[in-house]
Design a protein around this ligand. Sequence first.
Ligand code: GDP
Ligand code: MG
Length: 703
Amino acid sequence: MGESENGKSRTIKIALAGNPNAGKTTIFNNLTGMHQHVGNYPGVTVEKKEGFLHYKGYDFVIVDLPGIYGLSAHSLDEIVARNYIVEEKPDVVIDVLDASNLERNFYLAVQLLELNVPLILALNMADMAKKKGMKINKERLSALTGVPIVLTVATRQVAMNDLLDAAIKLVESKAVPMRSRIHYGREVDRQIEIVMQFIKRAPEIARLYPPRWLAIKLLEQDAVVIQTISEKPQGKLLLEAAGKSSALLKALFKEDPETLIAERRYGFISGACDEAVTLDYERRHDVSDMIDTILLNRLLGLPIFLALIWLVFRFVFWASAPFERGIEYLFILLGRGVGSLFSPESPARSLIVEGVIGGVGSVLVFIPVIYILFFILSFLEDSGYLARSAFLMDKFMHKIGLHGRSFIPMLLGFGCSLPAIMATRSIEDEKDRLATMLAVPFMSCGARLPIYVLFIGAFFPEHQAGNVLFIIYLVGIAVGIAMAWFLRRFLLKGPTAPFVMELPPYRIPTMKAMLIHVWERGYLYLQKAGTVILAGCVIMWFLSHLPWQSPQIENPNWETTRLERSYAGKLGKAIMPVFHPAGLYDWRLGVGFVGGFFAKEIVVSTLGTLYAVGEGGGEKNPSLRSALQNARKADGSPLYAPLSALAAMIFSLLYIPCISTVAIIRRESNSWRWPAFAVVHTIVTAWVVAVIVFQAGRLLGLG
Ligand code: GDP
Ligand code: MG
């Protein structure tokens, strides 16, 4: 606990730990409201959310750790959470448990007990537990475990302050708590004692971890702990002793010590729950189970899932269109207003009106789409349905050598690849994880949405808009899965680890959680518009005006000629022949593709700038959409048709992950090989698929 010089205000640092879906984030949001800072994507850690609040004269810092099932070294999430607790030494750890699944959630609690950290158990979802007919005797449970227990209902803000009060009490009480300790049976306990003797003889090591916990981890042969210990003096001796004990247990019980220990923990838990929990009446058939008989039906499940997603896209288009037109109109007015402040010929006017307002505006128009889509996605996620889609895909995914579990990060990729790649940390098998990580960028993220909405709006009738969008997303999923299959089959060969899927019960999501989610997402988008995209627009404007050429007033096509001779024009024209097989001839689009590496929205903002600067802009084509519709080739035929627009969208969907994604793949895979691979294979794949779509479409007479 930190204390300022005059002792007036004290800081209490609380870490929230718990299984996924236990309600940590809801508690975190309740406690901190908007006083939080979310790790900003590029560079900063995404996995840790920190928030602040002031209560009863204390300053609280609250940290939302990743959801975990235990403290083993099997998944990165668990290692991250464990390291945080062991190394940062928060003043209090609040373990958030789903009280309606108490036994399963208790496994982590037991491990935290052993870690001997200052612990509070929040038995959250007390409402659900009650509905199930569970009566929890918290005094009893508290006595059995030796830690304070608070029953909470996070969604209704029940007992949030009790958590803080308990934390204050825990921090202020000087008494050493009496913890109950799990007995692992005579033989195991004896080996724990023996290893502890060795630990005591190595003070430098004893300072790092609680001795009993360390002894248990060494018997379990925990890879991370062994690594840390082996670097210390006296470490070798200790590891040797622990290795002997571990081998002895294995020989004795014909079973891994890790399994032995886990069994005993479950034994303790089931005993404790028997003591402290009574069932009021016979458990009724859960509502969740009933819904699942339909939604997870072997025949109907997948079609229902697809139909639902299809409806979502239709709805998103329909609901956002009026807002979009409104914002578009506002930007046109803004451009005219600002433009009238300058003389018509001044370069400053052109830079601001065409470069900045035209470019950034063309991206901001899509804010309503983004917000509405994210709102619905967070509804599906919070309700528990998204986790089920992974279950639906599980059987299929197994056939291609992956887990259904890999499907969840892929779905998260619809929002943004960065958190999706972070989410692969929950996948235990390293090869599974890499394959999933490399498949994620094919999922269509929010930044690509403006590209589709622009092209679909310009070249497809309104009643088809949702369908086209749906197809594009499906192509993304299909290519992503194909990629993962390819990787698992040829580059990352190995058996699939067995895994039991967890199905969280259905819940009605709270407005607050969804709004916070949408706000975070939308805020990142706005932030990007004000930084990366703005910079992209300014650079594009200069590229489209340099080298400087003296105007030829008498030439009516002067603007077009000038633009084509600029650096941007030269760049675009150099690239474009590659895209001719895909039916794409617009050099401005080529420039956009290059810019899109920095952020995919830049594809759109570049078109916005270049069309505003060039012939198509101004009064003749007030919106970028109509500029695209009216764009002509040299021979006077239209530059785009529905089929080539589709090819443009498919290429945008699949090519190159943005620069932040490349950076995070580099960080998460810990090598340059995989991000480099991702860059190359996405470009190749995108080109091939776009060409196939265009050529096949033409053969079918659609062009
Ligand atoms: P996390 O994964 O631990 O961060 O869990 P979340 O905070 O995201 O919560 C998962 C889901 O459970 C969300 O849909 C919440 O609205 C819901 N939830 C959280 N706390 C409660 C509760 O006390 N009662 C009920 N019925 N639902 C809750
Ligand atoms: Mg959470």
